[in-house]
Design a binder for this molecule. Sequence first.
Ligand SMILES: CC(C)(COP(=O)(O)OP(=O)(O)OC[C@H]1O[C@@H](n2cnc3c(N)ncnc32)[C@H](O)[C@@H]1OP(=O)(O)O)[C@@H](O)C(=O)NCCC(=O)NCCS
Length: 189
Amino acid sequence: MRETGRPLTVDTVPALTLPTARVGPSYTEGVREFLAEGRGGPDDHSLFRNLIREAGRPDDTPAWLERALAFERRLITDPPADFVPSTTYWWTEGDTYLGRINLRHRLNEQLSDIGGHIGYDVRPTARRRGHATAMLAAVLPLAADLGIDKALITCDTENTASRKVIEANGGVLEDERGGRLRFWVPTAP
Ligand SMILES: CC(C)(COP(=O)(O)OP(=O)(O)OC[C@H]1O[C@@H](n2cnc3c(N)ncnc32)[C@H](O)[C@@H]1OP(=O)(O)O)[C@@H](O)C(=O)NCCC(=O)NCCS
């Protein structure tokens, strides 16, 4: 037992998991946190915006969660127009949702220029605890499994946190394009 009295199991160590209803209530809270910080609006061109467009705003019904999970799963085989196939993993601790990381299976022109192979978000209430750094480290071997030797990862020039996450994982800066820094990150040590 840990000092908290909570049994120490594999489940209490943060890990990647495919989207699952088991984490549904906590995921729904996380989505609300992203919405509260202004994500999902017309200026948001990310997959999160597409999620809200397709599933609607979270309303605590099983139907909303079903739509959200279906959206996440369809990204692999039937992505929205202009998106390449990708896999979303959730970063979870037990049944608590901490963040998400999206691994694109290949680059297209826009991703080669600006978007990169991997995008991630940590829910606002779980930030500054090392989760993004650990989550990226965990997904790099999965990128290697897809045949990606070096992952392109980009961040806004002023996004210090994301830059640190990329550099902590071995990212090497190539250049800046359109206000974004472009790094190559080896996927195998
Ligand atoms: C960027 C983001 C993913 C970082 O997540 P996180 O879990 O807080 O990151 P970590 O805890 O692993 O922190 C990594 C480093 O950034 C630093 N950091 C975290 N938040 C920071 C902030 N707001 N300002 C400055 N530095 C920050 C941490 O102190 C840590 O630095 P260290 O390695 O020197 O200790 C998170 O802030 C987020 O989801 N932001 C919104 C979406 C986004 O920007 N995604 C990335 C798109 S490229």
